[in-house]
Design a protein around this ligand. Structure first.
Ligand SMILES: [Zn+2]
Length: 134
């Protein structure tokens, strides 16, 4: 067993130090977005990109970018240098979309603000408040 996990006396054969930990943490965080997105899609049986996907993309790519700077690897730096732009943009759009829409209490799908029933599951959405007209 030692030869599998500790080849050459090093865990997974890797020379560990703080920056190696930052790089691997970036890999784990960035990869986890795939699992989060897949789970959300399977749950609703339609392609869904949850907000958590963009947070994981942003934090994972920033960790990888900091490791790339440590390594002074121009290819690796360029691959992660601009990816934060669409991630932040998508987080902003997610936030605006969430604010403008009504969340279905049953299936948690965002429905248009004027909808009385969920387009996905048909559940009645929250009653209109006094100030609103149908
Ligand atoms: Zn619903």
């Amino acid at each position: 067993m030692d030869s599998i996990f500790f080849p050459g006396g090093k865990f997974l054969g890797i020379e560990w130090h703080v920056w190696k930990l930052v790089g691997w943490l970036g890999n784990v965080v960035f990869f986890s977005r795939f699992i989060v997105q897949w789970h959300a899609t399977e749950k609703r049986k339609q392609v869904v990109v949850p907000q958590a996907f963009w947070w994981l993309s942003l934090s994972g790519s920033l960790l990888l970018l900091s490791y790339a700077f440590y390594r002074k690897d121009s290819v690796f730096i360029f691959a992660n240098l601009f990816s934060w732009i669409p991630y932040i943009r998508n987080l902003i759009i997610h936030r605006r979309h969430k604010e403008a829409h009504t969340l279905c209490p049953v299936c948690e799908v965002n429905c248009p603000p004027q909808a009385n029933f969920c387009a996905s599951c048909g559940a009645a959405l929250k009653a209109k408040t006094a100030g609103q007209t149908a």
